[in-house]
Ligand binder design. Structure first.
Ligand SMILES: [Fe+2]
Length: 584
């Protein structure tokens, strides 16, 4: 590793956000960095060199090039390296140089050839990193994992400068002085700050990312160019475009390139389009013939929430006619058709749907709710009591997820089952909880299999019939954003004047018990931790391990433990049920 030249500024000054790689191809990947032009008092364009080598010491240099950045993109740099010197499914090392200074180096991994026989794939996946609510310890732990690639499922930044749920662990202020990001300067400032976290930097340096966004890259519970949270949100195309532009500049996705040629099917970003059409995020990734992944966008093309946009219209509500109205969409017709066609025609052993919001139904039973009411803050209890009158089947926990778009969900599931699609696993973030379970066409119909018996391997029938089961789902909890136990525990602590650390365990237990009873298709619902998941695919089975970190309240406290663990064997036939066995 060369030292900075005499008089050259150190790497932490020239490249304070370090480096990242993403969107791999069999012969390359996207490389990212940022030159801190204001800190270096640079006003004109900056020329950088980049190098890809076969070894971490850069003794065997394979590809080099130069590129340019300037202030119009806040000094961000994207190069798509594509070169026959790079072999499929192989690790390489890369770095940038500018002003006589070399960046820290990163490691990238190219993709296998799409038709190659791959027998093992390890994917780490994570989402929901709120700077203000804690440190990104989980990403540091994920950096240390022996995974091939990392899927980032969104909420890479949070638009709010203050964590409303649990107080502020790390302070943040925005250039506009607003509580939530509004301008391009605000959104850029979020990414610049988040990307100084040392654990986040290490995870990027160590692994190649495949990233999609969720709501908080723009605004909480957003849909199209609308923020949610008020009775009748006005469209905010300029704010949406600012958020999109900052994301395109800072996310290691193969769009808005400085130089190089991204492969066909990469993310498209065209700032010349209207704000609701600037990005086509959805794409497919083939990990040989072992795993065929589709990555979707469940924000930009979706309809409004079914029963209204205020918090009280979306969370813990009995629903309304619109929740199952035909024609309502989460994906938009073009993306939905592509999704169904791609999954329906895939010949891969495993089909992976990497998405933002929980696919499975999530309800809270009326009987359990009644017992809760006495404990809750009075305004919340009063509201729930009113809802309960019309809630024969309980309340939907969250209509921002697929429960608010039920006709489209059922249609996709029915079409894929009819197409005899097997071995479909959905990986999700968004709800800040560790969740596992089965996706179905109709969650209120009698269960087609004995879920608890299958989970515990107590079933006498080794190949039960599929019924309306689509596949399996595994959600990773948040990297640092407030989980449900933190949220409810803090609310109860204020109400009951009991220290929150006395409440977390009973709140967590109560939540898990209530949700398990109201949602038999769930194999797990746990919302008391922060962490990430690792999915290991082989020719015969999938293993999902949910890793949890001890705390996000202190920097550097990187204690991590393997928590819940599940095994999914390959389906034996298209009409055989997908199975989940609990390992731990
Ligand atoms: Fe989130």
């Amino acid at each position: 590793m060369p030292e900075a030249g005499r008089g050259s500024p150190p790497p932490s000054v020239v490249f304070p956000q370090s480096v990242a790689s993403g969107d791999p191809a069999p012969d390359g990947a996207l490389l990212w960095t940022r030159v801190d032009m204001p800190a270096l008092a640079l006003t004109g364009p900056v020329t950088l060199g980049w190098t890809v080598a076969a070894d971490p010491e850069f003794r065997t240099v394979l590809v080099t090039g130069t590129t340019v950045t300037d202030q119009s993109r806040d000094g961000t740099v994207k190069v798509f390296v594509s070169d026959p010197a790079l072999r499929p499914a192989t690790h390489y090392w890369y770095r940038f140089t500018a002003l006589g200074t070399a960046s820290r180096s990163g490691r990238l991994r190219t993709l296998p050839e799409p038709d190659s026989a791959l027998h093992s794939l390890r994917l780490g996946y994570a989402s929901c990193q709120d700077w203000t609510n804690g440190y990104f310890i989980a990403l540091g732990a994920l950096a240390d994992q022996d995974v091939d690639y990392v899927l980032h499922l969104g909420d890479y930044v949070y638009e709010a400068a203050r964590s409303s749920a649990t107080g502020t662990v790390r302070a943040l202020s925005l250039p506009s002085g607003s509580d939530t990001a509004q301008t391009l300067a605000d959104y850029r400032s979020l990414y610049r700050t988040y990307k100084t976290d040392p654990d986040l930097q290490r995870c990027h340096e160590r692994h190649t990312f495949l990233a999609i966004w969720d709501d908080h890259e723009f605004a909480d519970d957003c849909y199209g160019v609308h923020a949610s949270g008020t009775a009748d949100p006005a469209p905010q195309p300029e704010r949406r475009a600012a958020a999109t532009r900052a994301w395109a500049e800072f996310s290691p996705t193969a769009c808005h390139l400085t130089s190089g040629q991204a492969p066909p099917g990469s993310v498209e970003f065209d700032p010349g389009q209207s704000a609701d059409r600037q990005v086509r995020l959805w794409r497919e990734v083939r990990f040989g013939t072992l795993v065929h992944a589709v990555l979707t966008d469940e924000r930009l093309h979706r309809d409004a929430h079914p029963c209204g946009e205020q918090v009280s219209d979306k969370y813990l509500v009995p629903g309304c006619a619109e929740v199952s109205a035909p024609g309502r969409t989460m994906l938009g017709a073009a993306q939905r058709d592509w999704l169904v066609q791609t999954l329906g025609s895939s010949g891969a052993a495993w089909k992976l749907w990497a998405n933002q919001t929980m696919l499975m139904q999530l309800k809270l039973g009326s009987a359990h709710l009644s017992a809760l009411l006495a404990l809750l803050p009075r305004p919340v209890a009063d509201r729930l009591r009113r809802h309960l009158h019309g809630a024969g089947d309980g309340l939907f926990v969250n209509l921002d997820q697929w429960d608010g778009y039920q006709a489209e969900r059922a249609g996709i599931a029915r079409t894929l089952i009819d197409a005899r699609v097997t071995d479909l696993v959905t990986m999700t973030g968004d709800l800040h909880s560790s969740v596992a379970g089965w996706s179905r066409v109709d969650y209120d119909a009698p269960p087609p299999i004995d879920f608890p018996a299958v989970l515990a391997r107590r079933t006498v029938d080794p190949t039960p019939a599929r019924g309306d089961l689509l596949g399996t789902c595994f959600m990773a909890t948040s990297v640092s954003a407030a989980n449900l136990v933190e949220r409810f525990g803090m609310a109860l602590s204020r109400r009951l004047h009991i220290p929150v650390h006395h409440l977390n365990r009973p709140v967590g237990r109560a939540l898990e018990w209530m949700l398990a009873h109201a949602n038999p298709h769930l194999a797990l619902f746990e919302s008391g931790s922060h962490g990430f998941n690792v999915a290991e695919f082989t020719d015969t089975e999938l293993t999902v391990t949910m890793w949890a970190v001890a705390s996000v309240a202190e920097a550097g406290a990187c204690q991590v433990r393997a928590g819940h663990r599940f095994l999914v064997p390959r389906q034996t036939a298209p009409d055989a049920a997908p199975l989940i066995h609990r390992l731990r």
